[in-house]
Write a protein that binds this ligand. Structure first.
Ligand code: GUN
Length: 280
């Protein structure tokens, strides 16, 4: 079997058409959705992610602003900045690009963001609402993954989903979203014993473990859908948490790296900003 490629770029482009219409409706009411990105330090990967977010914001017709700070900024200065953003009625969404320098507490910073403007869906309030199945701003990578699965026409009802990786940003929330659609979810991670047995009856495999080519084709059941969340630069070549060459021989559909989950995360962030603006 040779897998169909699930192009995140194409799915995001399709969603963009709907987002533009929603932005037009808001603009007729004199509301232009605005996203603020707080970027601390000069990490190359973070700068590249933020540039992609700005580019997609322009395409969707929303405003965006990047507040850049050097890595010596104190925790209290960042917290003060967030207070200012929370008070500013022109700003509908804010994200703090992670990681942050070690002297700044991620927990304190995220807790300070107004949940209504938390377009990353990282605040305890929004995570709690997701857990309880209440309407909320859903974090971007899990939301993007669900849109990609939807684009394949897959009905998760009764399906087996194996998630590898238990992060707060991807593994935990995506497992909840799959359960909301009546999937049976098996949660695995880097220390799971006999991972192959946990993968054997998976209809969908979501890999977000942060290790290059952690999963290969031998471990993928024939015909499964594979979602690869990882991105790694190995000797100048990008790859994911899944060995694409071998996995694409077994899967029925698979996301590429790059051009898979990455563009969907960005698209979900812009959609969340529009949702935040629609709710005011
Ligand atoms: N760093 C890596 N991924 C993310 C993300 O989705 N949001 C934020 N704020 N930082 C990140």
């Amino acid at each position: 079997m040779t897998a169909k490629i699930i192009s995140g770029r194409e799915v995001a482009e399709n969603i963009l058409q709907d987002l533009k219409k929603r932005v037009d409706i808001l603009k007729k009411k004199n509301i232009t959705p605005k996203l603020v990105v707080v970027l601390v330090g000069d990490m190359k990967a973070s700068a590249s992610y933020v540039a992609q977010k700005e580019k997609f914001a322009v395409k969707a017709g929303i405003d965006s602003e990047v507040l850049r700070f050097n890595s010596e900024i104190s925790e209290s200065e960042i917290l003060n900045q967030i207070d200012e953003i929370n008070k500013d009625d022109e700003i509908h969404g804010v994200i703090v690009q992670l990681p942050l320098p070690d002297h700044i507490s991620v927990t304190k910073v995220l807790n300070r963001i107004d949940p209504k403007k938390d377009v990353d869906g990282f605040t305890p309030t929004n995570v709690g609402k997701l857990f309880l199945g209440e309407e909320t701003l859903v974090s971007c990578t899990p939301k993007g993954i669900m849109s990609m699965l939807e684009s394949t026409g897959t009905d998760l009802n009764g399906k087996n989903v194996t998630v590898i990786g238990r992060s707060n940003i991807v593994g935990k929330p995506v497992s909840i979203l799959c359960q909301q659609q009546n999937a049976t979810v098996t949660m695995c991670h880097s220390r799971t014993k006999d991972l192959n047995a946990k993968l054997a009856d998976a209809d969908v495999v979501i890999v977000a473990v942060g290790v290059a080519k952690f999963i290969n084709g031998d471990q993928i059941p024939s015909g499964a859908i594979v979602i690869d969340v990882g991105i790694h630069n190995i000797d100048g070549k990008l790859c994911g948490d899944v060995d694409f060459e071998t996995a694409s021989e077994k899967a029925s559909a698979i996301t590429p790296v790059p051009g898979g989950v990455g563009p969907m995360t960005v698209c979900a962030l812009i959609e969340n900003t529009i949702i935040a603006a629609e709710r005011i």
